[in-house]
Every structure is written in structure tokens, then in C-alpha cells.
Design a protein around this ligand. Structure first.
Ligand code: SME
Length: 155
């Protein structure tokens, strides 16, 4: 059973009462970790250096950093600017294993004015954790984050 994403979208919109990207990204990953069942990591990688994802606010174990666009599931989301929904990362050749417990991964790119701002990365220890419904729901929540936040060029 997927969570009630429409309800989560309203709750997240109410939570994000600043326009500040740092505050809102920290709040968003804490909210997702709390509200989406069976996650072991939720966080942002930011596009702060050319062709490189820089670790941003997250919840979970310390994570891999930095991630070149050429590598991993996050890199694929950055390169293609398309959501990556992976049932079992152990089956992905260039997956970057930060935590051997992670099995399923969902990475949503955040694109503003045709520029990649960063990605939201969710990991789960349960293979096949993310359904199409989850993908649509999480993409909607990323839309709420984008709408409530001034996604300025990153320092
Ligand atoms: N597994 C990711 C790296 C980031 S961590 O999961 C936090 C990847 O292959 O891109």
C-alpha cells in the first residue's frame, strides 16, 4: 500500500514555510524519512561543481561523496535528467554501494530553467520497494519542494 501522497504533499507544503533552499531541503529529507515507510536513506545531492554531485542535506548513514555524473544511479539521473527507479541495485553494474543494506533506489532529478540543480535520492533495504505509484508520488513531492523553494545557483 503506497502512502497517501496527496496528503503528504499538503503536509510538506505547510512544512516548507521559508523560501530557503538549505532549510527546505533539510526539512524535506527529514519529512520523507519520517513519512515514507521502509527507507534507510533520504537526501539531496547538489550540482555544485561541473559534472559532479555534491552531498547535501540527508538523513541516514554517512554517504558517498562526491559522485561524478558518470557513476552510479544518481549520476544516471543527473546525466539523463530522468527519474531512475531501481528494484535491486545489486544488479546494476556501476551502482555505488554506500551502504550494503540498500537494495531499491529512487532518484529524481531537480531541473530549473533547463539547468540541473541536484537530485533527490531515496534508498530502501527492501528490493522492489518503489512502485510506479511511489515514483509518481515522490515526483509530486519533489514538485512541492521546487515550488516552495528559491532554487538559486548553488554557492
Ligand atoms: N547508491 C547511489 C549513491 C548514493 S547513496 O545511495 C546515498 C548511486 O549509485 O548513485
Amino acid at each position: 500500500m503506497a502512502p497517501d501522497y496527496a496528503l503528504l504533499a499538503r503536509q510538506l507544503a505547510a512544512l516548507l514555510d521559508t523560501r530557503d533552499w538549505l532549510t527546505n531541503s533539510a526539512q524535506t529529507c527529514a519529512f520523507l524519512m519520517e513519512e515514507i515507510p521502509t527507507l534507510n536513506w533520504a537526501g539531496f545531492y547538489l550540482h555544485r561543481k561541473p559534472q559532479t554531485l555534491w552531498l547535501g542535506p540527508f538523513q541516514g548513514k554517512p554517504a558517498c561523496h562526491p559522485i561524478p555524473f558518470a557513476k552510479g544511479v544518481c549520476g544516471a539521473a543527473a546525466r539523463t535528467r530522468r527519474t531512475q527507479r531501481i528494484d535491486d541495485v545489486h544488479a546494476i553494474a556501476n551502482h555505488i554501494a554506500c551502504d550494503a543494506a540498500s537494495r531499491a533506489e529512487l532518484v529524481v532529478p531537480i531541473v530549473v530553467d533547463d539547468r540541473l540543480w541536484g537530485v533527490l535520492d531515496l534508498d530502501s533495504p527492501m528490493a522492489g520497494r518503489f512502485s510506479e505509484e511511489d515514483q509518481t508520488g515522490i515526483e509530486m513531492l519533489v514538485g512541492v519542494f521546487m515550488g516552495r523553494t528559491d532554487l538559486v545557483e548553488l554557492p
